[in-house]
Design a protein around this ligand. Structure first.
Ligand SMILES: Nc1nc2c(ncn2[C@@H]2O[C@H](COP(=O)(O)OP(=O)(O)OP(=O)(O)O)[C@@H](O)[C@H]2O)c(=O)[nH]1
Ligand SMILES: [Mg+2]
Length: 444
């Protein structure tokens, strides 16, 4: 089965916690703080690798987790960082946020990478919180929780040439003739439901052909199966336009048929209208196909398109056609700008950053704060440490949380929830009034 789409869950590593250790030496009853920082958690990185051609691996394993950072220790020992987990995908894979469909990266070249889930930062050790008035902070920061999300991987076929045409003209029969692919062939329309790839050899040249489901009038607007598959030919250099010289089941005029399909291609994407095309007249073995073929050949000559008459059933004309197509594909490849051997670039997906604080009234005397950066401050605080909580309280005030609450009507004693924690609201006396002016560390 050819898999060209996969949905996976990625979870980066959490940051390690900072240490709140104090120096303890013989004869030194109260040493200073010496807690190291927590290590950063590993990120999940997706990298394009030209050695791969399918997303098949992601069909079987769908959950990926990177290592967490370890905790900081005493003696100023920082925690170790978690290793990044690098997932390799074929070149041409488009990575999207599953929830919104937003594109995170288009990994169009070998070596291109995207960080899809960032590891959490390590928490700061207590040495960072020393101030003139607080020589021995007993608290440290907890590690930052990592990002996790569902993402989708989508691979557009990277075929050199795509067989397009109405249903039942013999596209699958042709790819079966030209390559080792063995798609289903039958005498009813829409036999092919998913694209088939085949490697076609012609002497010492080879190219990849794609057999896609049949197109019909209106395909670009979703009629038939066409729309879902038109995107597969966006990146093929050459279109092999197959026509049924017997007129097929609808007795369609082959020349008119070519124009209908051309119009659908153009309606799907403008550049498809100018994509190089070869016309292949199929079913030459059937009586009367000869005359039609002469007419199509003339029409093609008039507009300057190469034309080949073949029979997928008897094999007539196949060899000549394949050799010619291989030559055209070769020329097209040469005309493409040479790419650097390794093109490395890292995109980091940045979710929209807002330092907005929203206060939601959840009850008569209950408020909920919704704000990414404020919630992170809370999550990274050790709630069991009074001093750490006091530090948090001052940071919240400076971030404007207290004002936002007062504006929303909160009074002392009300319940305030931020992330996983609920507090009793208690407006602080301004530090200046209390005669304490501290330089706070560890803020973003
Ligand atoms: N006589 C004759 N019949 C052919 C030839 N090529 C294909 N056929 C027949 O035409 C019918 C359709 O062939 P397919 O290869 O399934 O056609 P397709 O274009 O892939 O069709 P869809 O997948 O439905 O779009 C089958 O019954 C084939 O046996 C040919 O060269 N000569
Ligand atoms: Mg088919």
């Amino acid at each position: 089965m050819f898999v060209d789409e996969a949905k996976i869950h990625v979870k980066a590593g959490d940051g390690g916690g900072g240490s709140a250790s104090m120096r303890r030496e013989a004869h030194v009853p109260k040493g200073g703080p010496n807690g190291g920082d927590g290590g950063k958690g590993g990120s999940i990185v997706i990298e394009a690798d030209q050695a791969l051609s399918t997303l098949l691996d992601f069909h079987y394993k769908r959950h990926f987790k990177a290592e967490r950072g370890t905790h900081g220790k005493g003696s100023n020992l920082d925690g170790a960082c978690g290793e990044d987990l690098v997932l390799r995908v074929p070149v041409g894979t488009v990575v999207r946020l599953e929830e919104t469909g937003e594109i995170m990266a288009d990994l169009a070249r070998h070596g291109r990478r995207v960080v899809v889930a960032r590891g959490g930062r390590g928490g700061l050790g207590n040495t960072h919180f020393v101030t003139a008035t607080r020589r021995a902070p007993s608290f440290a920061q907890l590690g930052e929780p990592s990002e996790e999300r569902w993402i989708t991987l989508e691979l557009k076929l990277l075929a050199d040439a795509a067989l397009v045409g109405f249903p039942s003209v013999g596209k699958s029969s042709l790819i079966a003739r030209m390559s080792a692919a063995r798609p289903k062939i039958a005498d009813y329309p829409f036999t092919t439901l998913i694209p088939n790839l085949g490697v076609v050899k012609a002497g010492d040249r080879s190219f990849v052909a794609a057999d896609i489901p049949g197109l019909i009038e209106g395909a670009s607007e979703g009629a038939g199966l066409g729309h879902a598959f038109l995107r597969h030919i966006e990146r093929t250099a050459l279109i092999l336009h197959v026509v049924d010289l017997t007129g097929g089941y609808e007795g369609r005029d082959p020349v008119e048929g070519i124009s209908i399909i051309d119009a659908e291609l153009a309606a799907h994407a403008e550049e498809l209208a100018s994509r190089p095309q070869v016309v292949i007249g199929n079913k030459m073995d059937v009586d009367g196909a000869d005359e039609e073929s002469t007419r199509v050949a003339q029409w093609c000559e008039d507009i300057g398109r190469p034309y080949f008459a073949v029979s997928a059933v008897t094999g007539v004309g196949i060899e000549d056609m394949v050799r010619a197509v291989a030559g055209i594909v070769h020329e097209l490849r040469l005309s493409v700008e040479p790419e650097a051997d390794v093109f490395e670039e890292t995109f980091i997906y940045e979710p929209p950053k807002e330092r907005v604080i929203e206060v939601e009234r959840a009850g008569k005397s209950e408020y909920v704060i919704r704000s990414g950066f404020v919630e992170r401050m809370v999550i990274m605080t050790d709630m069991n440490n009074e001093e750490g909580v006091a530090h948090l309280q001052r940071r919240l005030k400076r971030a404007g949380v207290e004002n936002a609450l007062i504006e929303a009507g909160a009074i002392d004693g009300d319940t305030v929830t931020i992330g996983p924690v609920s507090f009793e609201f208690e407006s602080l006396v301004a530090p200046e009034i209390a005669g304490v002016v501290e330089e706070e560390a560890g803020d973003e």
